[in-house]
Write a protein that binds this ligand. Structure first.
Ligand code: DGY
Length: 418
C-alpha cells in the first residue's frame, strides 16, 4: 500500500509541468479543467502549495464572461487534435471555447477542510471563491437561459463523459456537413478500440465549427446549438460545488455570494427531481431540443448522490449500485452491462473511472451503506494493483484502457489510501 502511494506521487511528478499538470503526456499534453482540479487533491498529500498553484493557474485563464475553459493550451503540441488553430478563441494564451464539469468549488472546500496549513488554505481560498462563484453564475446565465434550475451541456466534451451512450440520440441530430478532412491524434497514443469513433469525431468538430462561427459568444451558443443535454451528473457536480462555495463564502463573510449560491442550490435540487426515473431506479438525462428524457442507464444518473439529494434517493441509488455488482467484477461501470449498448473497453460506454468512484463514495457517506463504500474503495485499489495507473479500466477484467501514467487516477488512489 505504501508502495502504491509512492508510485502515485511519482506519477504526479512525472506529469508536473511546474504550474500545471498534464493528465498524461502524449494523449493530453495541456491543462484540462476538471483533471487539474481533481489532481490537486492528490498533490495536497505531499505539497499543499503546489496543489493551490494548480487551481490558481487554471483560473488565470478564466474568460471575461466567467467561463473557465476545458483546455488551456500552455504550449504548442502537434501531437494533439483539435489544437488552438481549430478552436480559434482569440486568446493570448490559447484555450478551448467550451467548459467542463465544475469540480473546482468542491475541490477548494476539500483542500481547506483537510489543510495542514490552514492559513495558506484560507488565503488561497479567499482569492478563489469569488472567481469560482463567477463561473457558477456564468453557468446559470448562459446554460440555463429559461431559468429551469438545471444547466445544459452544448458539447459531449463538456460533460467529461465524451462518448457516453447518453448522447447517442441527441448527437445523431448533429450534422457532419462542412467538416473538412482532419487527422485524429488520439488514436496514435491510445488503442482505437478504447476511444470514440470517427463518426463521433466529425460531429465533435462540427459543433466546434458552429460555435467558432458565432465567435464563441456565450450569449448565443445555447440557443444556436442543436445539442443541448441536461445531464444529472453534471448538474449534481455544479450543485455540490455551488453549495461548497456557499459554505466557504459564509465563513469568509462574503454574504452576497453565500446568499446567491444557496438560492441556486435550492432551485437546482428541486429541479433535479424531474430527472428521476422510477423504472431504472436512477436519474436520466433530458434532451432539451427534443423535449424528452433519454433512456440510458449511465453513471451520470447515479452521480447525483454527490449533491444533497433526499436521503431516500441516496438509498435508492445504493440499491442501483448493488444491482450492478452482480454484472461486473469491479465497481462502478460507467454504463449498465445489462444494456446491449454497453462496451467494456470504450471510454465512457462501460469502463470504470476512479474519479467517479471517488465522488460517488463521497455522496454515499450520507446513506447508511458502509459495506458498499468499502467494496467500491477496495475495487478501486484492486483495479490499480491489477491494471496500473491507467486512465480507465475494463470493469470485467481490469484491463488498463486509454492513456497510462494518469494524473487523476494517481490522485484518487492517494485519496482512497489515506
Ligand atoms: C479528448 O481530446 O479526448 C478530450 O476528452 C476532449 O477534451
Amino acid at each position: 500500500r505504501l508502495d502504491m502511494f509512492d508510485h502515485a506521487e511519482r506519477v504526479l511528478k512525472i506529469n508536473d509541468m511546474g504550474t500545471y499538470t498534464v493528465p498524461t503526456h502524449g494523449l493530453y499534453p495541456f491543462q484540462w479543467n476538471w483533471d487539474s482540479c481533481l489532481t490537486a487533491l492528490g498533490q495536497a498529500h505531499f505539497d499543499e502549495h503546489r496543489a493551490w498553484t494548480e487551481i490558481d493557474t487554471l483560473f488565470q485563464h478564466q474568460w471575461e464572461d466567467g467561463m473557465v475553459p476545458h483546455i488551456v493550451f500552455h504550449k504548442q503540441d502537434k501531437g494533439y487534435f483539435p489544437g488552438p488553430d481549430v478552436w480559434q478563441t482569440g486568446r493570448t494564451v490559447p484555450t478551448s471555447g467550451i467548459t467542463q464539469p465544475p469540480v473546482a468549488g468542491y475541490v477548494v472546500k476539500r483542500l481547506v477542510d483537510h489543510a495542514r496549513d490552514p492559513d495558506l488554505a484560507e488565503a488561497r481560498a479567499r482569492d478563489l471563491v469569488p472567481k469560482i462563484a463567477r463561473w457558477h453564475e456564468w453557468f446559470h446565465a448562459c446554460r440555463d437561459p429559461k431559468k429551469t434550475g438545471l444547466v445544459a451541456i452544448l458539447h459531449p466534451w463538456e460533460s467529461g463523459r465524451d462518448n457516453s451512450i447518453d448522447w447517442d440520440d441527441a448527437f445523431s441530430r448533429v450534422p457532419t456537413d462542412g467538416v473538412g478532412e482532419f487527422k485524429r491524434r488520439d488514436t496514435s497514443h491510445a488503442d482505437a478500440a478504447h476511444r470514440p469513433t470517427d463518426e463521433q469525431y466529425k460531429r465533435y468538430i462540427w459543433l466546434v465549427q458552429r460555435f467558432r462561427s458565432l465567435n464563441w459568444d456565450n450569449t448565443r451558443l445555447h440557443d444556436a446549438s442543436p445539442f443541448q443535454v441536461v445531464d444529472p451528473g453534471f448538474n449534481a457536480i455544479l450543485i455540490r460545488s455551488v453549495a461548497d462555495i456557499a459554505e466557504l463564502a459564509e465563513r469568509y463573510g462574503m454574504t452576497g455570494i453565500a446568499q446567491m449560491s444557496r438560492r441556486h442550490v435550492a432551485e437546482g435540487l428541486a429541479a433535479l427531481e424531474s430527472l428521476w426515473d422510477d423504472r431504472l431506479g436512477q436519474y436520466v438525462c433530458f434532451d432539451r431540443p427534443a423535449g424528452r428524457k433519454v433512456d440510458s442507464a449511465s453513471i451520470g444518473g447515479i452521480l447525483p448522490v454527490f449533491a444533497a439529494i433526499p436521503l431516500e434517493r441516496v438509498q435508492q441509488l445504493a440499491t442501483r449500485i448493488e444491482a450492478l455488482k452482480a454484472r461486473v467484477e469491479y465497481l462502478i461501470p460507467s454504463h449498465d452491462p445489462a444494456d446491449p449498448r454497453f462496451e467494456s473497453l470504450r471510454y465512457w460506454r462501460g469502463p470504470v473511472w476512479l474519479i467517479i468512484n471517488h465522488m460517488i463514495i463521497d455522496g454515499l457517506v450520507r446513506g447508511d451503506v458502509p459495506d458498499l463504500i468499502a467494496r467500491i474503495t477496495s475495487d478501486s485499489i484492486r483495479l490499480i494493483e491489477e491494471g496500473g495507473f491507467a486512465e480507465y479500466h475494463d470493469p470485467l477484467t481490469a484491463e488498463p484502457c486509454g492513456g497510462g501514467t494518469f494524473s487523476w487516477t494517481a490522485a484518487m488512489i492517494m485519496e482512497f489510501l489515506q
